[in-house]
Design a protein around this ligand. Structure first.
Ligand code: SF4
Length: 387
């Protein structure tokens, strides 16, 4: 049950342009049933397919089959991760007639590869409730929302500043309230509402007002998660988040090795500061557990610059986190558009190509781009991960 938010936003943009829009979720259908469901819709002038780097290969096979059944109807692709795959989608113009590259809310609207298709500009977060009303959200157990977008830290591997921009845009408090009230009214009361802001909730000044809205709008039967940087958290915030029924806090720490953390992660500073940052990670995790919030700490393994020593330090640090902390370890993937991808040159191109062609699944180890033996990285993942 993939979070449907991108579908809702795209549908609302087209509706504003005067189109009648119907959304169909085919994620749990086989190809034949999905095509038959599309054929049953009343009128079809244009079909949009939500896609992503991870599903790119399968989606193209699906669209080729769909094309055999629907004849001469334009098909476009859209999705939050397409902004950095322009070159690859340009190669597929025979499959998709249009591609919405710059997905909102980074810029105003999907920038279509063929400007004949006109959709109105979307200013940031306009009418956020309309992003949901094309979907039967009671069908979804996980709904992602945003109180803000963008991240000014600009880590050289991260897609957020590429897809959302380096400037932070904050949703109005009244828009957040309206959106949450809508979701609570129509979603299943046991679902998870996950705030996906890179820096929840956009600025430190907004932490209490936004948590207050969450507290007043979302009943305790829902799970509510946030994702943020350590810099936004202290005991007072965690205690308030707990009273607002925040159930999990996700933190991308990335490296448990102080030198690698200092070298790679903007905003950390010297190796001494990196050591303090890791200590704070431990303290914040403990506080979350004390206040009944599940801390979820994320690490990245195998980035260029990783050594066997840094890998071992990450393993040691992750294992030193208190019992009860959930830990995810992911292998580094070079994302087109990021500085690290550009620096890798051909190696980066080949790596992303193997994912898009379906030779490798997103999340599998790209052993060609790291000097660390694959078995050590796979072992490290096993030792670090605690879900
Ligand atoms: S890794 Fe986190 S802090 Fe760095 S740019 Fe991405 S969202 Fe921002």
């Amino acid at each position: 049950m993939y979070p449907p938010h991108a579908v809702g936003i795209t549908a609302s943009l087209f509706e504003r342009a005067g189109w009648d829009v119907e959304c169909i979720d085919c994620t749990s259908l086989n190809t034949i049933d999905a095509i038959s469901q599309i054929l049953q819709t009343e009128t079809k002038h244009l079909i949009g397919i939500g896609t992503s780097p991870a599903s790119y290969h399968n989606d193209i096979s699906f669209v080729i089959k769909l094309r055999e059944s629907i004849g001469d109807i334009d098909i476009f692709s859209f999705g939050k991760g397409l902004g950095f795959l322009e070159k690859q989608f340009d190669l597929n113009q025979s499959v998709y007639q249009y591609t919405a590259f710059d997905f909102p809310p980074k810029s105003a609207l999907p920038r279509f590869s063929n400007s004949e298709l006109l959709v109105p500009e979307r200013t940031h977060f306009m009418g956020a409730v309309n992003d949901w009303d094309h979907l039967d959200i009671s069908e979804y157990s996980f709904l992602s929302v945003e109180a803000s977008t963008g991240c000014y830290y600009n880590c050289n591997w991260c897609p957020y500043p590429i897809t959302q921009g380096k400037k932070v845009h904050c949703k109005d408090l009244s828009t957040i309230r309206d959106e949450l009230l809508y979701i609570v009214q129509f979603a299943s009361p046991k679902s998870t509402i996950q705030f996906r802001d890179p820096l929840f909730p956009g600025s430190k000044e907004r932490v209490y007002p936004v948590l207050e809205i969450i507290k007043s709008c979302i009943p305790p039967s829902f799970r509510v998660g946030i994702e943020t940087r350590l810099e936004f958290l202290n005991e007072e915030v965690i205690s308030f988040a707990s009273s607002a029924n925040i159930t999990n806090i996700n933190l991308g720490i990335e490296f448990g090795d102080p030198k690698l953390l200092s070298d790679m992660k903007p905003g950390i500073g010297s190796v001494k500061s990196a050591l303090a940052y890791l200590e704070k990670t431990r303290n914040i995790s403990e506080l979350c557990l004390q206040y009944g919030i599940q801390p979820f700490v994320m690490f990245m393994l195998g980035i260029p610059g990783e050594s066997i020593a840094s890998l071992n330090n990450t393993i040691k640090f992750a294992q030193s986190l208190p019992d009860g902390v959930a830990i995810q370890a992911s292998f580094f993937i070079p994302i087109p558009g990021t500085q690290i991808f550009n620096d890798l040159g051909l190696l980066g191109e080949q790596a992303i190509d193997s994912i898009l062609k379906g030779h490798l699944k997103a999340g599998e180890l790209l052993s060609a781009i790291t000097e660390i033996p694959a078995n050590l990285l796979n072992d490290a993942k096993e030792l670090v991960q605690r879900l």
